[in-house]
Design a protein around this ligand. Structure first.
Ligand code: ATP
Ligand code: FE
Length: 326
């Protein structure tokens, strides 16, 4: 179904982007396309289209890493953001803390051992009967504003692990148990809930959000410590990915960064969630450094096998200090 959805819209989407920019393919210098990580069926739809354009107009191709694009779009909005910098990438499928040393050169300080925070937001939103139309995360953020964040005592994940990894599966279970114990009917959408029931849901939303973000805060503090030991010149923490469009997340991480003498760079919300601009921008960065593939032949066969990277880690893993420096 996902592949079909991609195939159905790809031509229109590309055409609309060109139209809105008042350009045609002839004006382009190169084509950037996501080659991983992700579902290979969906990646293939994009890569096929990119190769078609590149083949017909004799343009080089730049293969882009989806998570590098989430991080680097920050350099489009903040000109002062030079390498090295620290990045927290929080989305539906990833929860990464990386030290960006240079273009294409990343050290992974932490990742999730189970779910990403966006997945926890989405699942909680569904259980609370929120509308998933604009994404569960933003609906939950809105409901949380009505609630008391101290009312349900969820515990912060992985307190005893002195590293930079994340875990959200346990918090999800805690939320589910709280919903059950308060006898909230998860089948009833929020708009038909009684006002008392609505305020219970808001309390759970606010309490979940407080602890989910506290986990980010704690990990970021430790990552800043680690990163400064490796690269003392670091000045910025970039926070990007869909969950970074959350205002509460932005405010809380802003405090952490200030306390540690760094600056926060958070792209505007529409550049935090998935978008084409971030892929184009990352393509530009690599293209400028001469990292691209030559144009494919114009008559490339339909069944040509190209290089996709459905599983593609962003940089190597950081192993020093794992025993817990704090
Ligand atoms: P990945 O980047 O890991 O491959 P993805 O591309 O599917 O995942 P993104 O578009 O980067 O995801 O982010 C989508 C996620 O961001 C969803 O889980 C969504 O709930 C979450 N999200 C979006 N807006 C908010 C918000 N305001 N508050 C919390 N979460 C949000
Ligand atoms: Fe994404």
């Amino acid at each position: 179904m996902a592949e079909e959805a991609h195939s159905q819209v790809i031509d229109q989407v590309v055409q609309r982007a060109l139209d809105e920019a008042n350009l045609t393919e002839k004006h382009l210098s190169a084509v950037a396309v996501t080659i991983g990580p992700g579902l290979s069926l969906c990646l293939r739809v994009g890569v096929r289209k990119a190769r078609q354009i590149a083949g017909s107009f004799n343009l080089p191709i730049v293969g882009v890493h989806h998570m590098e694009a989430h991080a680097l779009v920050a350099r489009l909005v903040e000109m002062e953001l030079q390498f090295p910098f620290l990045a927290l990438l929080i989305s539906g499928g990833h929860n990464l803390l990386v030290l960006a040393r240079d273009l294409g050169h990343y050290v992974q300080l932490g990742t999730t051992i189970d779910d990403a925070i966006g997945e926890a937001y989405d699942k909680t939103a569904r259980w609370l009967g929120l509308s998933m139309r604009r994404g569960g995360g933003s609906a939950l953020e809105e409901l949380a504003r009505e609630g008391n964040a101290q009312s349900v005592k969820f515990s912060v994940p992985m307190k005893q692990h002195k590293d930079c990894n994340f875990s959200y599966a346990g918090l999800k279970t805690q939320v589910r148990l709280a919903i059950e114990s308060k006898k909230i009917d998860t089948e009833t959408p929020i708009f038909s809930a009684s006002s008392q029931d609505r305020s219970l849901r808001a309390d759970i939303a606010a309490s979940f959000q407080r602890v989910a973000v506290l986990h980010l805060e704690e990990r970021c503090e430790r990552a800043i410590d680690w990163a400064l030991k490796i690269e003392p010149s670091i000045k910025f923490l970039v926070v990007s990915g869909g969950v970074a469009s959350n205002q509460y997340v932005r405010t809380r991480l802003g405090e952490v960064v200030k306390k540690n003498g760094l600056q926060l760079v958070c792209p505007p919300p529409k550049l935090c969630t998935d978008n084409g601009v971030m892929v184009a921008w990352t393509g530009i960065e690599h293209f400028r450094k001469g990292r691209f593939d030559l144009p494919p032949p114009a008559d490339e066969p339909e069944d040509f096998v190209f290089d996709l990277r459905p599983r593609w880690p962003l940089g190597e893993e950081h192993t020093e200090g794992r025993s817990g420096a704090r």
